[in-house]
Design a protein around this ligand. Structure first.
Ligand code: AMP
Ligand code: ZN
Length: 722
């Protein structure tokens, strides 16, 4: 008996269908004017698991997933002040239809890579406008719709069951709809069914209410009915869909057709990154291509999703993803190994037990982590290999990790096959030293080697294994041990954080080397997830100069974290953090060190800031005491840094991090001094230049709030108060 949480009833309950053995399933699908991020994909993966479970239990499932190519487009474009992609595509002369086609294709490709079973129908919103109009007409007939101006609204007050899914009734509902003020609505709770086209709008349709376009929710009511009938067994989406989207779907469908719309509502919790919901607008989204670019197998993400229950938030990190891929590779290696073992004549009795426990876990509100745990337990048990293989492949019909495709032997070059045969021969002669040497040679030439009792088993390395070997990358600053408490081993350390913009990285680091002096100083470059070839260049660059060390991050970390990684590695008595937009044109480090000999000073730099009120900071490049040192160049003394602590890693975006850090240093009693004579020049700051005005403001403001929260009442630290 499958038991799963139903948002409508607020409890885990038995899954019962309207018609025995048949499931009518609807999943809210993608909005196709951007790539789906992995948070969206988590929600589709959840639906895929439920569907696989149902199919495994013998249900005949018809699954519909809509493609939203109208409606949301407008909403989000409004929210973000014009979507970049649309703006760019339109500038290239593309139509919204072409954009939608492009991203829909990309979406199908993502689903394919994740082994998500394709829905039976992928209806497009724009192909179903007549059906939407029909539903709206039904709503008029039943007294739930009214026209105001050329718009049509749903009359929420007339639908007494409104709020039954989300619990948004009364004051809570008013709170939920508060933001929107539309003077045409009779009641702020009402929502739009049809909206009149504003002048100049491209995407519009004829309707009984004039030219316009459908509201945001009506497509799902219309399309689910068309492909599945008026009553569904199962409807899925992410938790953010509960209100208003699904609440409004219920109102529309039940208002129009007069029968209960959905028996079982299942909602997936969000994927977070850096502790907040993954979303384009939050600037913390990753798409599948970002994972692949870093060498990951998309199925590692599928595996990762199984490690957290669907009703729990899941925090996305690359270290977790890496662990996921390692585990997935481990499962594949087991299939590979067991394929060489004899198939069992009969299933041993324990197999049925494992199967029973596995199914119980799934029936218990889709407990995938438990199912995964059991799978590993089974894999490590003393069942014969052949039986383990049979069970694992059976479980994989649920997991969908493509384990069936793992071969008994990986195709290898002929020369290698030859070596392997010779090694097997050597082993059978018990010449183990010789066998070990041959094994090392195979490993050194880039293969994974596993021995079974009689044969050498060799497979090519995965992309991730290759990369890990090459870059030895870090995933977070927590992984890096700080050397700052040790006494200095060198004179100067210069820290540079590189993140793409290879030309700037070259200009900056090559200039530093010119002025770095002999081997008693070092340059540490933190390659913060570059993907444009900067990593490869840095690898070569550090190879030709022993003063250079590169620390690779396996994705783009926040600026605070990236700088801290560099600082933690520093061995110099003096440390300078230099931005890639800056070029040294003379000896910066010696005069800086001379000033830092004064123990009252914590930071010396070229571009300082002064403020009277903690709100307005103005440039102050003249020499003298300042309130903050700008991130272009920050020179520190090791002991002062060790005492005042590292940068705050909640600052992901670089802006205002320097001000925050400056106040932190000052709060430990140190002065900050600007020296306008330090020989450096500034070039365009490319990250800043790449951002739109709105983004700049938003990101800077968030950081400024962080700064103010911590230092807002520390006017005593200001130069003007000394
Ligand atoms: P959209 O393309 O924005 O309509 O979203 C597609 C699906 O992804 C919806 O079911 C959303 O509820 C879901 N979704 C959006 N953001 C996240 C997230 N961070 N984690 C999980 N699901 C999400
Ligand atoms: Zn929907």
């Amino acid at each position: 008996m499958i038991r799963i949480y139903n948002t409508l009833t607020n409890r885990v309950e038995e899954f019962v269908t309207l018609e025995p053995g048949v499931v009518r399933m609807y999943s809210c699908g993608p909005t196709v004017y951007r790539f789906a991020h992995v948070g969206n994909l988590r929600t589709y993966l959840m639906a895929d698991c439920i569907r696989r479970l149902l199919v495994g239990r013998g249900y005949r499932v018809t699954h519909v997933k809509n493609i939203t190519d109208v409606g949301h487009m407008r909403q989000e474009a409004l929210e973000t002040g014009g979507d970049k992609v649309i703006v760019a595509a339109l500038a290239e002369g593309k139509t919204p239809q072409e954009i939608a086609r492009f991203y829909a294709d990309a979406f199908h490709e993502d689903e394919r890579k994740l082994n998500i079973l394709p829905a039976d129908h992928f209806p497009w919103a724009t192909d179903h406008v007549p059906e939407m109009i029909t539903v709206i007409q039904d709503l008029f007939k039943n007294g739930y719709a009214y026209q105001a101006g050329d718009n049509v609204y749903f009359d929420v007050g007339r639908f007494s069951a409104y709020g039954k899914l989300s619990g948004n009734v009364g004051a809570a509902l008013m709170e939920g709809v508060r933001v929107e003020v539309d003077p045409l609505k009779r009641d702020p709770r009402d929502f739009t069914l049809w909206k009149a086209a504003e002048p100049g709008r491209d995407m519009k349709w004829d309707s009984p209410w004039g030219e316009g376009f459908p509201g945001w929710h009506i497509e799902c009511s219309a399309m689910s009915t068309k492909y599945l009938g008026t009553q569904l067994d199962l409807h899925t989406g992410g938790v953010d869909n509960v209100f208003p989207h699904h609440e409004d779907e219920i109102a529309q469908s039940e208002g129009a057709f007069g029968v209960p719309f959905v028996r079982h509502w299942v909602h997936g919790q969000h994927l977070l990154a850096d502790g907040v919901k993954m979303a384009k607008s939050a600037g913390n989204e990753f798409v599948l291509a970002d994972l692949e670019e870093r060498g990951f197998d998309p199925l590692a993400f599928r595996y990762l999703c199984f490690t957290v229950r669907y009703r729990h938030r899941m925090n996305f990190t690359f270290s977790a993803l890496r662990a996921g891929e390692r585990a997935l590779t481990g499962l594949r290696d087991r299939v590979w190994e067991w394929r060489g073992e004899p198939a069992p004549d009969r299933e041993p009795p324990e197999a049925a037990e494992w199967r029973g426990r596995f199914n119980d876990a799934l029936d218990n509100d889709l407990d995938m982590p438990r199912a995964l745990g059991l799978t590993w337990e089974m894999a490590r048990s003393d069942l014969p290999g052949g039986s383990k293989l049979a069970l694992l492949l059976e479980f994989d019909r649920m997991f969908g990790l493509g384990l069936e495709a793992v071969p008994q032997r990986y195709p290898l070059p002929a020369s290698l096959e030859d070596t392997i045969a010779r090694r097997d021969n050597v082993r059978s002669q018990r010449e183990y030293d010789q066998a070990d040497r041959m094994r090392s040679a195979l490993v050194a030439s880039g293969y994974r080697v596993g021995d079974s009792r009689k044969e050498t088993r060799v497979r090519p390395r995965t992309e991730l294994e290759k990369r890990e070997e090459r870059w030895n990358a870090v995933s977070s600053s927590r992984e890096v041990k700080s050397l700052l408490d040790l006494p200095p081993a060198l004179e100067h350390t210069v820290v540079v954080v590189a993140s793409n913009y290879m030309d700037d990285v070259k200009r900056c680091t090559e200039a530093i080397l010119k002025w770095l002096g002999d081997g008693s100083s070092e340059l540490i470059v933190v390659d913060n997830g570059s993907t444009d070839g900067t990593s490869e260049w840095l690898e070569e660059f550090s190879g030709r100069d022993p003063r250079v060390r590169v620390v690779y991050c396996d994705h783009v970390l926040g600026d605070g974290a990236a700088k801290n990684i560099g600082l933690k590695h520093a061995r110099g008595r003096f440390i300078a953090v230099v931005d890639t937009s800056v070029e040294m044109v003379g000896d910066v480090l010696s005069p800086m060190a001379r000033r830092l000999e004064d123990e009252s000073i914590g930071i010396v730099g070229r571009w300082g800031l002064l403020t009277d009120d903690l709100h307005h900071f103005h440039d102050e490049s003249e020499s003298g005491d300042v309130d903050a040192m700008q991130a272009y160049c920050i020179g520190l003394r090791r002991d002062a840094l060790a005492q005042s602590g590292l940068m705050r890693e909640t600052f992901r975006f670089y802006r205002n991090l320097d001000i925050d850090f400056s106040f932190q240093v000052k709060s430990h009693g140190y002065r900050i001094v600007a020296d306008g004579t330090l020989p450096m020049v500034r070039h365009e700051h490319r990250q800043w230049a790449s951002l739109g005005e709105a983004e700049r403001d938003q990101l800077s403001f968030k950081n400024f709030k962080r700064f103010l929260k911590k230092w807002g009442d520390r006017k005593d630290l200001l130069v003007s108060n000394k």
